[in-house]
Design a protein around this ligand. Sequence first.
Ligand code: SAH
Ligand code: SF4
Length: 426
Amino acid sequence: MNEYDSDYLGQVLVSSNYLPTDNPKQADVILINTCTVRAKAAQKALSLLGRMVPLKKRNPELILGITGCLAQQEGSSLMQRFPDLDLVLGTREKERFESFLKRISTSREKIVAIDMDGPLVSPLPNNGYFKGRVKSFISVMEGCNNFCSYCIVPYVRGREVSRPPKEILEEIRHLVSQGTREITLLGQNVNSYKWDKTYGFSSLLKEVNKIEDLARIRFTTSHPKDLSDDLINIFAELDNLCPHIHLPFQSGSNKILRLMNRRYSRERYIDLIGRLRQVRPEIAITSDVMVGFPKESDEDFQMTLDLIKKIEFDNLYSFKYSDRKGTSAEKMEGKVDDSKKSSRLETLQRLQKDITLGKNRMLEGTRMEVLVEGYGKRNGQLTGRTASNKVVNFSCNNNVIGNLIDVKIQHAAVNSLQGILTNMNH
Ligand code: SAH
Ligand code: SF4
């Protein structure tokens, strides 16, 4: 979502005649887009901001700004802490970015804008910004109404708002005309996308599936409590919908799930995965999980490990729980100390690593269709992903970026597969 937002703000800068640079020392505008979902993300953003301050001292004309969820959360206190900041731009203030830039560059005003009533932004007219991008993201909704007890998102992104289908479809068609072959529909809880009584997320997916020259569709993130039969069945129905779902489970203990206010049980989660696998046997399952939520006992943690073994996820994003200001979990008793969180995380990650590697090894010797995204890290190599979202690196002398090709998998590692080209498809 932040990538999508950064692109919107990047487009505004390009339309205002700024050019991108990789070197912050050359920049006339630096805007840091931030995340505050976990303490570590917030600390990283603040330390980056701290490193940019000396540039402002050297070049007083530089416009230094901060945006995203941390900006929304902290507002004017950021301006007090970093007096060199010119702009604090909230998550629903993106539409006014251009006018703020003008005001700052003409009168050196300092601006804090964090109203939550602003509109969701619509894409800007074509200025070539997206040319040649094989894989794109698009926000279809923003905000969240769920209030999981640990989560800051509802406070910094506001309540759920869905974008009009017509606008979403037009934006995707535009991206496809610029070279996009794969689109990921984004929302904190995409299952709740709703335009009117009869037009929900499945209706949107069906329309996106009809867009010509778009080869792959993905979406993220789904919430287990809202994953309907309708949406499960759609995995068998739509030919362009990739066989992959990211379905965060957070904990394998019903006691912890209740404290998290997730509103599903481990039994329901296992049942959902069973149904998904029934409808689309090759479906890849990835998930998010947390360790060290308040009151998480050794038994609760064992239940999480047990669920991981039962499901055998293709991949897991795992985190240590961290307090977020103003959430209800922040005020809970029974906090788990950091060393215990670290050792649980290590145990969990070791287990998942073996599962991921085992699953990847089963692909050795098979042929997989890969959408080529760009150059790999090694010389002469290209990189892409399978429909199940696994990274594949392979050697190729032709420029096949943007093509779907067949690759025979020769070697599997935890984070990627190595293969050889067998067939150029289309
Ligand atoms: N909307 C998505 C998740 C958004 S946040 C969902 O409902 O699943 C992405 C992930 O960050 C979450 O799935 C969770 O695992 C993690 N996360 C959120 N708040 C956290 C916190 N306070 N501490 C640690 N991890 C957190
Ligand atoms: Fe946060 Fe996701 Fe829960 Fe919403 S559904 S409160 S974004 S974890």
